[in-house]
Design a protein around this ligand. Structure first.
Ligand code: NAD
Length: 297
């Protein structure tokens, strides 16, 4: 069977490497982004440019969106010259952005009315996972649509069908609770150790081998104590996810006491002009509270 033509909207930190993997796997790609430089890079790697989301929809049968937030997905799909105007019956839309579960469902409903099949498929694994094609992809939607798209997901990582449309975003919210709380915990541990006179690099090295080992220590620990907060996953995007999480907790009447404190720490980072740092830059907020820097010597 010939490979479907894929549309890809959103060529940022994540979308760029993900779309390149699809090109390398032999898929024909039609791409669009508001940033012309990002488009030029993927076009020079073999993709075709579309000038709107509508044009992407017209020229492909499976469309992936990978944009920052719920309003961006709404603009790309439901806005003027949006995907909804270009798609036809039988096409598939896969939103891989991290957005509110309720928006995944409402945007999906508009597309489903036009005969389009929809999956929400947010990812975990960060920029490194996108570059190495080792993303963990959490999918919501119908099983037959999932099976159709599975070979495409497997070019970018590993996928699991978690439930109906919106379930992928719910699982991603759970993921972001754990990551945010872990970053805050690692930041407090490093700052405590450093102020008590221990080289924080030693803390990263030794804790990484015990029960406290975790993805944050493994992927970010050394960079944190070197003061390297280049993104990666930006603080503003994790703050966006925490807003989604707190609203979802409210919607389902699930108190999230620990997450709410970490939400405020991210809010502090945003207010302090640190929105573009990697989310591990939350360390700088904890450092400010303690009045020292937890840097390796
Ligand atoms: P990014 O800001 O680097 O890239 C987003 C891209 O979308 C930009 O190039 C922007 O121009 C484009 N865009 C926005 N609105 C658009 C529109 N209407 N039409 C066309 N293009 C549009 O963001 P990112 O880091 O690549 O993250 C994308 C999504 O993936 C977010 O939802 C984020 O939460 C999620 N995510 C990111 C990471 C990470 O480590 N960066 C990890 C997991 C999940």
């Amino acid at each position: 069977m010939s490979k479907p033509k894929i549309g890809f909207i959103g060529l940022g930190i994540m979308g760029r490497p993900m779309s390149k993997h699809l090109l390398n796997a032999g898929y024909e790609l039609v791409v669009h982004d508001l940033n012309r430089e990002a488009v030029a890079e993927i076009v020079s790697a073999g993709a075709t440019e579309a000038h709107s989301c509508k044009e992407v929809g017209k020229n492909s049968s499976i469309v992936i969106t990978m944009v920052p937030d719920s309003p961006d997905v709404e603009a790309a799909v439901l806005g003027e010259d949006g995907l909804l105007e270009g798609v036809s019956d039988g096409d598939i839309h896969v939103d891989m952005s991290t957005i509110a579960p309720s928006v995944a469902v409402s945007v999906g409903e508009a597309l489903i009315q036009k005969g389009v099949k929809c999956l929400d498929a947010p990812v975990s694994g960060g920029d490194v996972g996108a570059q190495n094609a080792t993303l963990s992809i959490m999918v919501g939607g119908e099983e037959d649509t999932f099976e159709t798209v599975k070979p495409i997901f497997e070019v970018m990582g590993k996928c699991i069908l978690c439930g109906p449309l919106g379930a992928g975003q719910t699982v991603k919210a759970c993921n972001q609770v754990l990551v945010a709380v872990t970053i805050a915990g690692v930041s407090e541990a490093l700052t405590l150790g450093a102020k008590a006179g221990v080289d924080p690099l030693k803390i990263v090295q030794v804790l990484g081998g015990g029960l406290a080992r975790c993805g944050i220590l493994e992927n970010r620990g050394e960079r944190m104590v070197n003061g390297d907060f280049d993104p990666g996953f930006r603080i503003r995007l994790h703050y966006k996810d925490l807003n989604i999480i707190m609203k979802t907790g409210n919607d389902f009447n699930v108190p999230l006491p620990v997450t709410s404190v970490v939400h405020e720490l991210f809010n502090t980072a945003m207010a302090g002009g640190r929105s573009e740092l990697d989310h591990s830059g939350l360390l700088t907020v904890i450092e400010d509270l303690a009045g020292i820097q937890a840097r390796t010597t």
